[in-house]
Design a protein around this ligand. Structure first.
Ligand SMILES: Cc1cc2nc3c(=O)[nH]c(=O)nc-3n(C[C@H](O)[C@H](O)[C@H](O)COP(=O)(O)O)c2cc1C
Ligand SMILES: [Mn+2]
Length: 480
């Protein structure tokens, strides 16, 4: 889908927040909410209904916002497409990246104000989120770094624990940023990074694309915007950041240092363990005049959807390469937007759903359960998927179990939670995979597997039939 075919595309955070506010989807919170837990509790209660905007959190002069992309329909709206076009639009952008446009510092709003030798805790209103978190965390920071070997950039969101004036600890799961860090470490160097806080919705979404290494996710953001993303070079390193971002922390992931990080309440709604993690040294903080700080409430809709929509787009593309008759996929919210995949298939051969199941497990190690359903089942409705399992699935015939595969290290039922100590990284997340074929036979007798429907139920316009405002007093109806 090209951008000409799309309605208004929201390319700018402030424009998007104004749009939410104008449509009663942004709650302005009274001054004084404590950065420790209280602010997050308020944002969590509003999750999926309204974004929460705190103009003066805890007396801090920088406002905090949370939950501005907490519904699938809002994300589609930001992209200028309908919900049914969401995955195809994201996939097209991921496959046709648009190179960014470098602008001079004078035109980079994110560098209007510069704090040298900053104290992160004093400059930024960093909230403490869940009950047992080990202090304040940056949860909506896009970490941008260059591959030391090739110079190509990468973007990911990583949780960052702020535990000193200019020192922070970071969780890097074994993906691209970690690979860059290992390469820098091999060369005996620190890895220069930028942490971008307060990006527009589509750039945040682009950061979650599942691509090969050496694929700058900012170019996917440009493609989603329909115009090259304006980027600025950092003041202390050669990383390029979105020029219109609210806040940028420039720093380095230190070659050899480790500090304790965690516990931290993560997306599966459990705490990940306290462990030794890599350390970021902060060099400068730059921001716009009157910047806005973004925090993501862990495990709430903004967090889950940011990860699940780009994954769904990638999984659909992956499955369709082998099975063009895969029609749709959904990572359920109950499965924390990561672990449970529902696949809609126009089945042509018996056995095919099991091939689809195996293909899906190969696509991402986080996937723990796959349910394949027919085309008359809506994969976005968990009740319909359960109905398919209840009426089309037999455990002895239609179930696939694979034990001892790689799974999510954040799932506490994997090896992570097995002992009282913490397993070494290479043993974490060992997990079983479960596949359910909940499709009906390709050929069946008469109406054995025909879903009951009433002709007209999809097409009748109820408002045309119901008498508006009409009340009936049944006690005084004439007896006849
Ligand atoms: C709110 C949020 C927090 C995240 N926190 C982390 C994290 O702490 N560590 C991590 O490795 N990935 C985290 N992720 C996932 C990565 O950002 C995501 O997998 C990204 O696509 C990885 O990029 P890469 O494939 O370029 O390495 C988080 C994602 C979101 C949406
Ligand atoms: Mn990447």
């Amino acid at each position: 889908m090209n951008s000409e075919a799309r309605k208004t595309v929201h390319t700018d955070l402030r424009g998007w927040l104004s749009h939410l506010s104008a449509t009663d989807r942004l709650a302005v919170i009274k001054p004084g909410a404590a950065l420790e837990h209280e602010l997050v509790a308020i944002a969590k209660l509003l999750d999926g209904r309204q974004a929460a905007y705190f103009p003066q959190p805890d007396g801090h002069s920088i406002p905090v916002v949370s939950g501005f992309m907490a519904r699938r329909s809002w994300i589609a709206e930001a992209m200028g497409v309908s919900e049914s076009e969401l995955l195809a639009t994201f996939r097209a952008a991921a496959e046709q990246p648009l190179p960014s446009q470098l602008v001079p510092q004078a035109e980079a709003s994110c560098q209007q104000v510069v704090h040298r030798q900053p104290d992160v805790r004093a400059v930024l209103p960093v909230p403490t989120h869940s009950e047992h978190d080990n202090g304040p965390y940056i949860t909506a920071g896009m970490v941008i770094a260059r591959n030391p070997a090739t110079g190509v950039q990468n973007v990911s969101i990583n949780r960052i624990q702020v535990h000193g004036k200019d020192r922070m600890a970071i969780l890097m799961l074994p993906r691209h940023l970690y690979a860059f860090y290992k390469e820098a470490q091999r060369r005996g160097e620190d890895l220069p990074i930028a942490i971008v806080i307060g990006a527009d919705p589509l750039t945040l979404l682009a950061s979650q694309a599942i691509t090969q290494i050496d694929y700058d996710e900012l170019e996917i953001a440009g493609s989603l915007h329909g115009s090259p993303l304006r980027v600025a070079q950092c003041l202390t390193n050669n990383v390029h950041v979105p020029a219109d971002a609210e806040i940028v922390i420039e720093g380095r992931i230190l070659c050899d240092e480790r500090e304790m990080e965690g516990p931290f309440g993560e997306f599966p709604r459990y705490y990940s363990a306290r462990e030794q993690r890599e350390v970021i040294a902060v060099d400068v903080i730059t921001h716009r005049q009157a910047p806005i700080f973004h925090t993501i409430v862990p495990a709430e809709m903004e967090h889950l959807l940011l990860g699940s929509i780009p994954r769904e787009a990638t999984l659909l593309a992956h499955l369709q390469r082998s099975f063009p008759n895969v029609l749709d996929v959904h990572l359920s919210i109950g499965g924390v937007g990561r672990y449970h995949l529902y696949v809609k298939l126009r089945k042509t051969h018996e056995g095919q759903p099991k091939n689809v199941i195996l293909c899906a497990f190969g696509a991402h190690y986080d996937i723990k359960k796959v349910i394949v359903v027919d085309e008359d089942v809506e994969v976005h409705d968990p009740q319909q998927v359960e109905w398919a399992v209840a009426t089309r699935f037999q455990a002895d015939r239609d179930m696939v179990v694979i034990s001892g595969a790689q799974g999510s290290a954040l799932d506490p039922s994997t090896t992570v939670g097995a002992g009282d100590g913490v397993a070494p990284v290479h043993e974490q997340g060992l997990s079983a995979k479960l596949g359910l074929d909940a499709t009906r036979p390709v050929v069946y007798h008469e109406h054995t597997f025909t879903r009951v429907r009433v002709p007209g139920e999809d097409s009748i316009d109820l408002t045309a039939w119901i008498e508006p405002g009409r009340r009936v007093d049944f006690t005084s109806l004439a007896q006849s």
